[in-house]
Design a protein around this ligand. Structure first.
Ligand SMILES: [Zn+2]
Length: 479
């Protein structure tokens, strides 16, 4: 308790544009290596750069949802360094006039609300990616990511615990994904985080020697890295056995420790200067207001609508608005099946459990919402029972089947005929005479077993209400 941890964050978020920042190559994730490359983003000399207007708009949108001041004139600068994944020898970024300054983001902490203040948000291009091939003894370079547009969100050193850091990242993810700025998928690298961290004696207002832990892309790793690195720094101060230096460190997830990568560069090492090819971009009120008017419904607004107008529980609303993807699925499904409680129930209990069984997170679900809605409708209007409906969910998601046609073809329609069901129950009661007498002797659990036997004989298609009603009646008669 003698020490206090002080942290600032630099968060890189890949913008949801179709094309790259200064050329028309596709910017999407997952292409074959070097598929999305042209002479401009491969760094061929003399290729002109043209600014992507949409990237600027998404930068403005990021500023609006973080309460930032939007620059009236923004410029691009060259950050010069040599690295094999950077074919031009410089990265285009914003050093002198970034798109936004002075924002703030409210987070929930154990001690109530807290505001994290932002120094700036700037737009920049990404670098390529090196792939080290041990078998070939070679390093390969993939330029697909070169010049993909990013924003870097730079906070002030306002964080005091790993919990505040993860709460902030979750909040940023919600703000930016709902605003359509980025999909913020940490596992695909579209949201990455550098943590600047130092420790000092509680009560001191002087900052200690800081290190920067680079390029982390999971909340778990970030929390573990902060824990380790703050402990290492406190040990160094307490025991004096290690001298802290300003440096860049990497987190090793397997070994659970940080290690030194290089001494931290100063800004002067990069020799920033304005890019002479790129004109300043003037941002007027009209443009800002048109971006503001185009902002979609944000998570907290959606939450209000779900709990208010649509009458969903706080629990359900929290889960649905906790993910941009889930909330899009909800809205889209509701267009075809406007029963909010049923739709929410299907998404939360069935869809998420199918996703979990398939090792997919909530953001990885891609389902044809029209067919999903049709499936709910078939259960709702009692064409099929819920058990059959659940079984069809995976083929609806994975193969995009039309559930109505599939039910017809495979004769999965619900059996509600009381004579047919009654006959099956009679058979089951005969076959399971031992269980029936167990039930009569007070073993209630046997009831479920008998329902299961009846359902099985009817291939899972029976109307459970009819089964329950008849079975209860027939067991009572039998006494
Ligand atoms: Zn290109």
């Amino acid at each position: 308790m003698k020490y206090e941890v002080v942290m600032g964050l630099e968060v890189h978020v890949e913008l949801s544009t179709n094309s790259k920042l200064f050329c028309s190559c596709p910017a999407h994730f997952g292409a074959e290596a070097n598929e999305n490359v042209c002479p401009a983003c491969a760094g061929m000399p003399g290729m002109p750069a043209v600014t992507n207007k949409r990237a600027v708009e998404l930068g403005i949108a990021a500023g609006l949802v973080t309460g930032s001041e939007i620059a009236r004139t923004m410029t691009f600068d060259k950050k010069n360094y040599f690295y094999p994944d950077l074919p031009t020898g410089y990265q285009i970024t914003q050093w002198y006039a970034p798109v936004c300054r002075n924002g703030r983001v409210e987070i929930e902490t154990g001690k109530g609300k807290k505001h994290i203040t932002l120094k700036q948000i700037h737009i920049e291009e990404d670098a390529g990616k090196l792939v080290h091939d041990n078998r070939a003894g070679a390093s390969l370079v993939d330029f697909n990511r070169t010049s993909v547009p990013l924003i870097e969100i730079v906070s002030n050193p306002d964080f005091r615990s790993a919990g505040e850091v993860t709460a902030y990242l979750a909040k940023l993810r919600s703000l930016l994904s709902f605003a359509g700025v980025s999909d913020c998928k940490m596992q695909e690298g579209s949201m990455r985080c550098d943590v600047n961290i130092s420790v000092r004696e509680r009560g001191s207002d002087k900052l200690g020697t800081r290190t920067e832990i680079k390029n982390m892309n999971s909340l778990k790793a970030i929390a573990a890295a902060i824990e380790y690195e703050s402990g290492r720094q406190i040990d160094a101060l307490e025991t004096g056995c290690e001298v802290l230096v300003q440096e860049t460190r990497r987190w090793d997830d397997d070994r659970g420790e940080t290690f030194s990568m290089r001494e931290k560069e100063d800004a002067t090492d990069y020799r920033y200067f304005p890019d002479p090819e790129l004109m300043p971009v003037v941002i007027d009120d009209e443009w800002i207001e048109s971006v503001r008017a185009g902002l979609p419904e944000m998570a907290h607004e959606k939450y209000q609508r779900l709990t208010g107008e649509l009458g969903l529980s706080e629990y359900d609303s929290n889960i649905i608005t906790g993910s941009k993807n889930l909330s899009d699925i909800f809205d889209e499904t509701m267009k075809y099946f406007p029963k909010p409680k049923e739709a929410a129930n299907w998404i939360i209990t069935e869809l998420l459990s199918v996703a979990k069984g398939d090792n997919k997170g909530e953001d990885d679900i891609k389902i044809d919402c029209r067919q999903f809605a049709k499936l709910m409708e078939l259960v709702d209007n009692k064409t099929i029972n819920r058990g059959v409906g659940k079984k069809l969910l995976l083929p609806v998601w994975k193969e995009g089947i039309d559930p109505a046609a599939y039910v017809k073809e495979n004769k999965l329609g619900m059996v509600s005929d009381t004579d047919q069901i009654g006959e099956i129950i009679r058979q089951v009661l005969e076959e399971e005479a031992d269980s029936v007498s167990d039930y009569k002797n007070g073993n209630q659990k046997v009831y479920g077993f008998l329902v299961g036997r009846v359902m099985k004989k009817l291939a899972g298609k029976a109307d459970p209400q009819v089964v329950n009603k008849l079975l209860a009646e027939m067991l009572a008669q039998n006494e």
